[in-house]
Design a binder for this molecule. Structure first.
Ligand SMILES: [Mg+2]
Length: 318
């Protein structure tokens, strides 16, 4: 059998014609190979017509070659993609993030933006639909949930036991009895944590030491921290960091190649986002971020919140 004609190495599928014995390439009986370099796979012994059909199919089904420096960018929501207050979302900037994500998924030339947030899972699920991420998992409720938009899987941290959730319910009942009468409310939608809100943030700052002391006295296995407008009471062994570790572990199967810190980027604005910083190679902050985060960032945007995120994403434009 004659040797296949030499071809240039390509990053996508190519047709390798095999001449007939007389050297012609147009015979119906000529053989062809379809070589797909991503991944390496060879299908030999097909007639030209079948080879062309296979090549066409391979071109349709094989993703564009990857040229991006980072695969995934984990972004906080409050203070980054949306105001933590009741203020309206910046839809113009969010549309830019969604367009970035459409290109990231079709061209594979920039990181896909997903979420790492303390917000309840339904809020984060809605946000990821808005941002057109249908590919990679997100982290919600400070690590309680990993949600996979590709499969619609809701994955609670398996390290959260029935006893842990009972402790959270007990703490929530005490918080409601103690601070409900002074107007402190609990953010709806949380499954294994409690977030306290009051329209006057000084009330939260005043009760914070009392909350911490009671949690310690009752040995509830929880961490008490403050964001711009909320007191967050989270299980001590669950965090944005543990959620990120679970989400990142799902990425190799999803993206088809190994993933380590060098392939990840992140954006955050408050100290809880240092968990993102520690797990990514590139980290950015919107201009409104906490000084501690700005000091740890590779790039700080001049603009605030979603406009700042859109500004940061321009660093990844090819
Ligand atoms: Mg934030």
């Amino acid at each position: 059998m004659p040797e296949p004609a030499p071809v240039m190495i390509a990053t996508g599928p190519v047709l390798v014609p095999v001449p007939d014995a007389d050297g012609s390439l147009d015979s119906a009986g000529a053989m062809a190979c379809v070589f797909d370099a991503t991944p390496c796979r060879m299908q030999a012994g097909r007639a030209i017509a079948a080879g062309v059909a296979s090549l066409r199919s391979a071109c349709v089904n094989t993703p564009a070659p990857q040229s991006r420096r980072y695969d995934v960018l984990f972004c906080d929501i409050d203070g980054c993609l949306a105001p933590e207050s009741t203020g309206a979302m910046d839809l113009v900037s969010l549309a830019k993030v969604a367009e970035h994500n459409r290109l990231a998924q079709s061209r594979r030339d920039r990181p896909i933006v997903t979420l790492c947030s303390g917000r309840p899972q339904p809020f984060a699920e809605a946000m990821t639909k808005l941002l057109a991420n249908a590919t990679v998992p997100l982290v919600a409720e400070n690590g309680v949930w990993v949600y996979d938009p590709a499969t619609n899987a809701y994955i609670m941290d398996p390290a959260i036991t029935r006893e842990h959730r009972a402790a959270v319910r007990e703490a929530a009942a005490w918080l409601e009895a103690e601070f409900g009468p002074v107007g402190v409310t609990q953010q709806p939608g949380k499954a294994a944590s409690v977030s306290l809100y009051h329209p006057d943030t000084s009330v939260l700052k005043r009760i914070l030491p009392r909350v911490r002391a009671e949690f310690e006295a009752r040995a509830w296995p929880m961490r008490v921290s403050m964001t711009w407008l909320y007191i967050n009471c989270d299980l001590a062994h669950v965090s944005k960091g543990t959620g990120l570790d679970r989400a990142v572990a799902m990425l190799p199967e999803r993206l088809g190649h190994p993933i380590d810190r060098s392939r990840l980027a992140g954006i955050g604005d408050t100290p809880s986002d240092l968990a993102i910083r520690e797990r990514v190679a590139w980290f950015g902050c919107p201009g409104n971020a906490d000084a501690q985060l700005k000091a740890a960032a590779d790039v700080v945007a001049t603009r605030h919140e979603a406009a700042g995120v859109a500004e940061l994403l321009k660093h990844f434009d090819p």
